[in-house]
Every structure is written in structure tokens, then in C-alpha cells.
Design a protein around this ligand. Sequence first.
Ligand SMILES: [Fe+2]
Length: 689
Amino acid sequence: MALSRREFVQLAVAMGASLAWGGSARASTSDWHERRDLYPEGVASGDPDPTSVILWTRRPFESGGRRVLTVEIAEDDAFRRVVAKASAPVSAESDWTTRVLVGHLEPSRVYWYRFTDEDGNGSRVGRTITAPLANDPRPINFAFVSCQDVNEGKLNAYRRMIFEDERAASADQLGFVLHLGDFIYEVVEYPDEVKTRYDRTIYDVGRIPDGGKTGNFHYPLTLEGYRVVYKGYLADPDLQDARARWPFVAIWDNHEFSWQGRQSIVQAGGPPRPGQTVKVAANQAWFEYIPARVKAPSGTLDTFGTVDVKNVPIEKWDDNYLGIEPNNLKAINSLIGYRTFRYGRHLDLILTDQHSFCGDDPTDAEGVDKLVDPSFNGMFSETATIALDAGRTFNGGTPPAELSFGDVTIPNPRKNSAPRTILGADQKKWFLDQLRRSTATWKIWGNSQGALDNRVDPQNLPDGLTKKKWPADTFAVMSTYDWRSAYHERGEIYDLVRDAKITGFAILSGDLHSFWAGYAAAMLPPGKFEPVGLSFVGASLTSPGTMEALEHGLRKDHPLRALFLADGPGRPAGPLTWTNNMLVKHGVRSCLEYAKSFDLKRAHAVSNPDLAPHLEFVDMGGHGYATVRLTSDEMRTEFVCIPRPITRSDRPDGGPLRYRVVHTASLWKPGERPKLRQQVVEGDPGLSI
Ligand SMILES: [Fe+2]
């Protein structure tokens, strides 16, 4: 099964890689002596396949042009059995980073690697693991993570992951880490300008040259700015240790480019504006700092190359919401991040990009703000959202001429519009094709954005709690920017899964800074509830979530406070209980009962069964990581939840756990519904169930 040398050279040429070819093992002859200070961002590896992996480091030199490092890869951490040795060029052009593709390795095997400069100054030793062969029937283990804001927290979760993995039996150790985005937050606070946010300490990440500013947030507009942020993040010792222990497979979310941005439009809390040069800069920095099998415009893995674009407004859009302005097209295509991995017999991992080709949020359309009643604290009509999302395709091509909410009526601004897209036409076609062609037991969609509906039932609120009553004929959604309300497009995907009788379909997401477990279903009641797969969201490693924002921002006397927070015996421990988790899973009646009696049984007795048949678990205040184990007949997903990571734990295990919860599904047959079994292994998940 191993690639021949010629095939590997062809692969390397196609990727533009500096390459190393593995061979028979012999003892290292390099004069490596460790100088971690000269490799301030550590080492990393990425995108393993059964015979090759990309190795990464950064070795800055004060001046001069290109320098050449040596990389060695060995079967042992003492480098007595070195199987490959190669040159790894660094230069100012790539900010002194290097990527080397090493091939002719054995499948499913742990290797160690290290870099050495011409004077023998060596990097730390990294560990990496190749993928199993496509017919390997053994179980697959990996972790998925997202949202590592080191400006506002510490990465105790990685410390915990390392601690547990080091102690696991080798068959249970993680093969790789799937990073679902917000590897950096481009919006950076400076500790000398702002000391805290919520209860968070602001930690120094760096100073962004020539950037912009919204409120307390500085953000990059140039390549140098993004590079500063990556270096600031990679200064974190736990992140460095994690990258040195496992290969990472990464896809960006929004913050690798711009908060609220899409395609090449920069927003970052201000008005949207053209940012073609900014998108290219963000892509280049991602390419330089995240080793991945992606193709740079240069055609090489050494340097990104030049992409000549100007920041000009996008005036024309095609029918799939693609900005057909040439600079926009060049910028968003300067790095294609979506790609697939085969990993043993049981995993096809399909990664998609939710931002580079994304259309606008249909609820931003003209006049829609009139349908918002702010006294409902962010709730928006689900009926209106479904119509806006579908545009002209609503109800078989009969969109309503008007949309209404209570006594307000507006003309339907999307009556003649195409349905909304997050993937864009080309990527969607590619994605559906990958799904159709997948032959692995489990088809895992690595998708940065959450896909489980976040809806509530304010129609069941008792009279008198709000000035106006919520209309009886619609649920409310709490967010509209992502898959949670992209009904039409996710429907196209889920319909394919159903119609092609694809089993073992599961979604893994990040972005929401919260843990969710449930089912992939295009519609909820009163629509046809038809789950076709599993869907999970992994909490943030560090970044503040919804509960933190509510604890600090929701007025004590807000009439709907009990739906989000209950002032009383805290679950989790503290003076407050997060009723918001109950709101999303059980509805308003349960929350009001719980805030009055603090009696879980009584609260669950008035649960609304139509609200959330798609959910088994939701914790809007969770932090930590998740692990997945895949076998021929089962998917097991474990949420490892830690307390709010405000300061670095001084314990080797990263500090205490809040809880560990496992959701397991047996592989279902075509046409059957997937079903999760839930087990609280330790700790207290509060009102998440
Ligand atoms: Fe995030």
C-alpha cells in the first residue's frame, strides 16, 4: 500500500513540498543540542496520511536571506533510529517558518522529529503519528477542539488532554487533534489599555502594527499584523506542548480572518468594508503557521507567494451570493482550506470552510429589524427566519409577499432571492460529492459552525411577563448567522444523506463556546423531524461563552431573567444556576418552575416535548475539549468539561474537572434513526440534560 518513491515525489511536487524520504533506520549523526529559545513557537505536525506527514517549525534569524535547517524523523525519541533526514529552508519571506513533507513512513506509527540549524542549535523534540491504512479495522481515537483565546484565558484543557493521553493505553491514545477554528482571535486587547473583561484577566498577546480598532479590540489589516497574533498565541506553553504531542488537522473559523467577516469583507465590530488584501494576509499567515495539505499560490510549501489584490467594494454578486469582483475572487481563492482525510476503515473526515464563500445572513435584509421586539432578549421569529432563509424557494416556490410578527408586517425582502448559502455553490457541490463517495464506516463533517437549532418557546410564556405577547404561531430562534438556522442548505445536505441511504453521518463543530449533543435534522416540529445523523458541538478551550456574557450583562430585574439565570443554589457551583441550558432543551415553563422551586423533577414535568427533540445535551457555559472513538459499530463522544479557565492551573493534570459526559451511538442501518445513549461519568453537568 505504501507509495513508491516516484509516487511520493509526484505528490510532493504537486504540493510544492520540500520532502524527506524515509528509509532504513540509523543513528542520528547531527550535533543537535536543544535551544528552545531559538525556536520560540516550538514545533508542530499536520495532516498525517498513512505514509506521510507535514512537519513544522519557526527558526528566526536576525538578518540575511534563506537559511537551511535539517529535520530528522526517528522511530525513537533518542534518535537512535532515524528514518529520514531532509533540508528545511527558512527565510524572512515566510516569517522564518518551514514546512516539510516526510514520506515513506509506516502507517499508524508514532514518530519523533526535531530541527537543527547549521550550528547544531536544535528545536525541542516533537511527536507525530501517521494515519492507519484505509483498510485498518482498529478503532480510531481523536480529539476535537476550538476557540483558544489566550488573550482572555489559559489552556488548561490542553494540559488535561496531554495528561490523560500520556496515561492512556496505546490503543486508546489520540491519533490526531481536529482543530475546528478560532486558533487565533484576530481581535486583541492590550493589558495596558484594558485589565479585565467579565472576570477575565487580559493577557498580553502582542501589539498589532498598522491595524484597526473597535472598542478595546485591535485587529490586523496587514500580513505583519496577523503574524504578530500567531506568534503571540504560539508563545503559550500548553499550546506548544499540544502541537508537539499530536499532529493537528485544522480548518479556520471566522477569527482567523475577521470577526463577522465573510468572503473578503472585513467587519470586526464595525461597518463592513472591502478587505481583499486583508483576506490574503490572513490566508498567508494561516498557511505559514498551521502545517496543512493546502496549496499556496506559490505552488510550494516553502513560501505562500504573492497575490496582487486591491481593496475595492464588491458591487456584483452571482445567484449564489458569490462576490464576482475579481479581487474578491482572487483573495478568497488564494488558499482553499476545505479538504478530506481518510483515516483507517472507520473514518472519512470532510472539512469545510464556512466563511470564504458564505452569503449574507438573510435576517440582515432590509426592514427585518422591524420584526424584532427587544424586550424578548434576542429572540426572533422562527417562521420569519425559515422564510427569509429559503427566499424564492420557500414552500415549493411560493414565498410569502409579506412577513409579519404580532401586529408588525413588512414586505418580504427575500421574496425574489436565492436561498441562503454558507458553503457557496462550488464547495457545496464538492462536499455533497465527498459525502456520496465516502466508503468509511463513519462520515464525519468537520464544520466550524454549530448545526443544532438553538430555539425557544416564548409562545408558552404566561400573560403579563412581557408587555406584548409572543405570537402563538411561532417558536423563536436565538441566532441566525450559522447552520442552526440555515434550513435550506442543511436540508440539501441532510436530504442527500437520507436519499443516498448514508449511515454513520456525524457533524463535529466548534464556534459556540458550549457543549451540545444531538441529531442532525433539517427541520423541527411542527415541521417534519427526520434525524439523519449525529451532531456535536465542542466547547471552547478558553473563550468566554454565552453564560459568562449573561452573568455579567443580564439585568437583575429583567422580566425574562429566569429563562437564562436563576438566582439561587448554583448548578454549577456558585450563586447562579444556568437555566438557559434548560430553556433550549425543555422550554420556558421548565425554567420558570425551576427558578421558583429549584426542583428538577417539577421543572422537567412541564418540559415542552416539541421544542427540542434534536437535543440530548446542552451546556452553554462549558469549556474543555471532546474526544471521539470510532469502531465498526459505534461512535463514542466524550465531553471533558473544565471550570472557567481564567488562570493557568499549576497542576500537572490542568486542574479539576466539572464533568465528563459520554454520548454513544450504535451504527444505524439505512433508513433507521440514530440514537444516543448518555452517561455522566463524573461530576455534575447541571441543567444540561
Ligand atoms: Fe470562538
